[in-house]
Design a protein around this ligand. Structure first.
Ligand code: NAG
Ligand code: NAG
Ligand code: NAG
Length: 439
C-alpha cells in the first residue's frame, strides 16, 4: 500500500505523544435492520465488527415535541432490539453501549425546531427529557446517552431552490450572509445548562454522556467548549458532509477533506482540520475528541457542461445522482460496498453510459480525499461524480487523528461499511483499516 511509508514516518514523529488514539466509536443505525436484501444488517452481521469497536452507539431515539421526552422512533423494532444489542456485552464485556438521540433520523416535519424548543424549555420541562432518558437507558441496559441534537445548520455557500423553506424565514445580514439562528448565543448557554443538569442526574445513576456534533452544526454557535467538555465522556465530531448534492446541487466538491485547500473561493471552516482545531484551541482535551469518518460516499449528477477532468470544484452539476441500489437513497448516498462495485477494474471498459464503471482518482497528497467519476454521455445522461473515503483514505484520517493526539475515531456507520465482504472478501474493511492505522 502506497500509504505505508507515510505512516511509518508519521508514527515516528508522534511517538512522543503519551497516548495513542485508542477509541473506536462505532455507530450503528438500527434502521438498517429494516433494509432489504444485502443492505439489511442484523446482530449476526454486527457481531464481527465488535472485536474492533470500543463503543457501540445505537441510533436513533427521538425527541417528542411538546413533552420533550426521549422516545423510541420504531417501537416494533426497539422493543426487542435494544435488549439484543445491550446483550452483546456478554460477549464483549469491555464494549460500552450508548443510545443516541437525534442523528438526523428523528425526522419530524411538523416540529423542525423541537431540539431548539428543548433548549428553550424551563427546568421542569427539561426534567422530562432527563427522566425519560434515564428510564430508557436503565431499563434496557445501556451504558450511556449520546446527544446528537439536530440543531440548525451552517448555510451552504450558495442557496438554491432545493433548500428547505425552513431557512428562508431567517433574516439576511448586510453582507448577504444568513443569520441562521438569531438567538444562537442564548441557545448556546441554554445547551450548556441542560447538559450540566443531565450530567448531574447521570452521575448519580452511573450513566455516561457523549456529544455528537452533526455535520454542519456550527460549534461556534452552539457549543461553549470550555464549559462543555468536562461534562462529556467524549465528543464525536461528524466532520463530513461539508458538501453534499442536496446542500450544493450545482457544484461538487470533496465531501470531507482533511485540510483547507485555499482555492476557488472555498470556505475555511469546511474541513476536518478546522473543526478539530476549533475544539482543541478552545481547550478541549485532545483525548476527549474523536474524529468522525463516514463510511459512505455522496454522488452528484454530472451534466454535459461539467468539466471533463473531474477535478473539484466541479461546476454545473445537477443535484444528486441516483444512490446505491441497496440503500436506495434519494440523496446520492452510496455505501462502501455499493461504491466499490461501481469502480473500474478494467482499463478497456467503456467510459460513458449507464453500465460504464466509474474511474477512481486517488488523492496522492492524502489531504482531500478520493473521488471517482463517469462523464455524461452525448445525451447528457449517466454522469456521476462521487466523493468518498475508502478504506485507504479512512486509514489516512486515522493517522491524522493519531498525529493530533485525539482519543480516537468514530465511524458513521457500521451498516455502510462492507459488512458482508462483497468488495474483496474481507468484512468491515473500513473499520479494519481505521483500527490498523490508529495503532
Ligand atoms: C414550565 O413550562 C410549562 C409549559 O410552558 C408551564 O406549564 C410551567 O408552569 C412552567 N414551570 C415553571 C416552573 O416555570
Ligand atoms: C461557524 O460559521 C461561521 C460563519 O459562517 C464561521 O466563520 C465559523 O468558522 C464557523 N465555525 C465552525 C466551528 O465551523
Ligand atoms: C473489460 O471490458 C471489456 C469491454 O467491456 C470486455 O470485453 C472485457 O471482457 C473486460 N475484461 C475483464 C477482465 O473483465
Amino acid at each position: 500500500m502506497r500509504s505505508n511509508i507515510f505512516y511509518i514516518l508519521s508514527l515516528l514523529s508522534v511517538s512522543s505523544l503519551a497516548h495513542a488514539a485508542s477509541n473506536l466509536i462505532c455507530y450503528y443505525d438500527s434502521s438498517s435492520y429494516s433494509r432489504q436484501g444485502l443492505a439489511k444488517m442484523r446482530t449476526t452481521e454486527l457481531d464481527l465488527a465488535l472485536q474492533f469497536c470500543t463503543h457501540l452507539v445505537y441510533g436513533y431515539a427521538g425527541l417528542k415535541a411538546g413533552t420533550h421526552e426521549l422516545f423510541s422512533l420504531n417501537v416494533d423494532l426497539d422493543m426487542f432490539y435494544y435488549k439484543d444489542i445491550t446483550d452483546l456485552r456478554q460477549k464483549y464485556p469491555q464494549l460500552k453501549i450508548f443510545l443516541s438521540v437525534g442523528g438526523d433520523r428523528d425526522v419530524d416535519e411538523a416540529h423542525p425546531n423541537k431540539y431548539i424548543e428543548l433548549l428553550e424549555a424551563n427546568r421542569t420541562e427539561q426534567q422530562n427529557f432527563i427522566d425519560s432518558s434515564m428510564i430508557v437507558l436503565k431499563r434496557n441496559g445501556f451504558d450511556g446517552l449520546d446527544l446528537a441534537f439536530q440543531l440548525p445548520r451552517n448555510k451552504p455557500r450558495k442557496v438554491h431552490g432545493s433548500i428547505g423553506t425552513y431557512w428562508k424565514s431567517f433574516k439576511k445580514l448586510f453582507t448577504g450572509d444568513f443569520i441562521v439562528d438569531p438567538l444562537a448565543e442564548q441557545h448556546k448557554s441554554q445547551f450548556t445548562e441542560l447538559v450540566g443538569n443531565i450530567k448531574n442526574a447521570f452521575r448519580s445513576a452511573n450513566l455516561m454522556l457523549s456529544l455528537t456534533v452533526l455535520p454542519n452544526v456550527n460549534s461556534t454557535w452552539y457549543f461553549d467548549v470550555p464549559k462543555l467538555h468536562p461534562q462529556f465522556d467524549y465528543i464525536n465530531l461528524a466532520a463530513f458532509d461539508f458538501h453534499t448534492p442536496l446542500r450544493n446541487p450545482e457544484e461538487a466538491d470533496f465531501t470531507a477533506p482533511i485540510f483547507f485547500q485555499d482555492e476557488q473561493n472555498r470556505l475555511p471552516h469546511l474541513n476536518v482540520d478546522f473543526q478539530i482545531n476549533y475544539w482543541l484551541q478552545n481547550h478541549c482535551p485532545a483525548q476527549k475528541l474523536n474524529l468522525g469518518i463516514a463510511s459512505y460516499g455522496r454522488a452528484w449528477k454530472l451534466t454535459k457542461n461539467s468539466e471533463l477532468s473531474g477535478l473539484p470544484i466541479v461546476h454545473e452539476t445537477c443535484g444528486a445522482a441516483p444512490g446505491g441500489l441497496q440503500i436506495a437513497s434519494a440523496d446520492g448516498l452510496l455505501s462502501w460496498p455499493e461504491i466499490c462495485a461501481k469502480l473500474s477494474q478494467n482499463a478497456s471498459a467503456p467510459y460513458r453510459g449507464e453500465n460504464a464503471p466509474l474511474r477512481k482518482v486517488t488523492d496522492l497528497n492524502q489531504k482531500y480525499g478520493n473521488y471517482a467519476l463517469r462523464p455524461a454521455d452525448e445525451n447528457g445522461d449517466y454522469g456521476v461524480w462521487l466523493s468518498f473515503d475508502d478504506p485507504d483514505f479512512a486509514g489516512i484520517k486515522a493517522g491524522y487523528a493519531k498525529s493530533k493526539g485525539l482519543g480516537g475515531i468514530a465511524v458513521f456507520d457500521l451498516s455502510y461499511d462492507d459488512f458482508r465482504g462483497l468488495c474483496t472478501g474481507q468484512k468491515f474493511p473500513i473499520v479494519r483499516s481505521i483500527k490498523y492505522f490508529m495503532g
